[in-house]
Design a binder for this molecule. Structure first.
Ligand SMILES: [Mg+2]
Length: 220
C-alpha cells in the first residue's frame, strides 16, 4: 500500500527518467558529510576542469539527513558550528532550506515544521507545492524576488543534499551545481532502502565513466 503522504510523484518520475539519462543523478561534487563542505562552496568544484571558474552566489540546503536528523527541526549538534560558518558565507537572502518534509503541503500542511526549522536555523524554509526534484521554478522565483539576486543564474546556485534522486536530480534539471553529502546524520544501515541503493548506483555509474552534466551548458 502506498502512503500518499510520503509518496513523491515528482521523485518517482525522476527515478524513471534516470534510466534514460543517468548523468542526471551524478553530482558535480561529493563530500563525506556536512562538516566537509568547503567554503566558499565554489571550491568544491575546483577538481573538475570542465566547469571553468565557478561562482556560487546562492545555496539551497536539504534538511533531512543532511544537517538534521530526519523528523527533527534542529541542526544536529555536530554540524552547528559549520552551519554558522555557511550562513555567514551566504547571508540572507542567499541561503534557502528546501525540504521534502518541512514546507510541503502533504507533510507540513500548516507549516508548523517549517516555522520551527526557520526559527532554529535563522534561514528561510521554502513553502513549495512540488516536491524535489520538481521545484526548480519555485526556488528560482524565491531568489529572484530579492533585489540583490534578481539576476541570479541557475549555474550560480549550489544545491547541497544527501539524496541523488531528489537533491542531485533537482540541481541537474535546474542547471545548478549539486554537492552530494554522502554521509548524513543517520548511520548507513539505518537509511531507507532507496537511500542505500543510491550509493551502489552512483559508484556503478562513475566506474563506467558517466559524468555529471556541466551546469549552464547549452549542450546538456
Ligand atoms: Mg535529505
Amino acid at each position: 500500500m502506498v502512503d500518499l503522504r510520503t509518496f513523491n510523484l515528482s521523485g518517482t518520475l525522476s527515478a524513471l527518467s534516470l534510466l534514460f539519462r543517468p548523468s542526471q543523478c551524478i553530482p558535480q561534487a561529493v563530500v563525506r558529510n556536512f562538516n566537509d563542505l568547503p567554503l566558499p562552496l565554489s571550491r568544491a568544484f575546483d577538481n573538475d576542469k570542465r566547469f571553468g571558474k565557478v561562482n556560487i552566489r546562492a545555496v539551497v540546503l536539504d534538511k533531512d539527513d543532511c544537517f538534521a536528523r530526519p523528523g527533527e527541526n534542529e541542526i544536529a549538534p555536530e554540524f552547528k558550528a559549520q552551519f554558522t560558518r555557511l550562513r555567514a558565507a551566504y547571508p540572507h537572502p542567499s541561503m534557502l532550506i528546501v525540504s521534502n518534509t518541512a514546507g510541503t503541503p502533504s507533510m507540513d500542511p500548516d507549516l508548523t515544521s517549517s516555522a520551527l526549522l526557520a526559527a532554529a536555523t535563522s534561514v528561510p524554509v521554502l513553502a513549495h507545492r512540488t516536491k524535489k526534484p520538481g521545484c526548480s521554478a519555485e526556488i528560482m522565483a524565491y531568489f529572484h524576488s530579492h533585489a540583490e539576486l534578481r539576476d541570479l543564474k541557475p549555474e550560480e546556485v549550489a544545491i547541497v543534499g544527501d539524496r541523488l534522486a531528489t537533491d542531485v536530480v533537482l540541481a541537474n534539471r535546474m542547471g545548478a551545481y549539486a554537492v552530494w553529502v554522502r554521509e548524513g546524520v543517520v548511520a548507513k544501515e539505518e537509511k531507507s532502502l532507496f537511500a542505500r541503493w543510491e550509493y551502489g548506483i552512483h559508484d556503478w555509474l562513475k566506474k563506467r565513466g558517466v559524468q555529471s552534466p556541466v551546469p549552464g551548458s547549452p549542450f546538456e
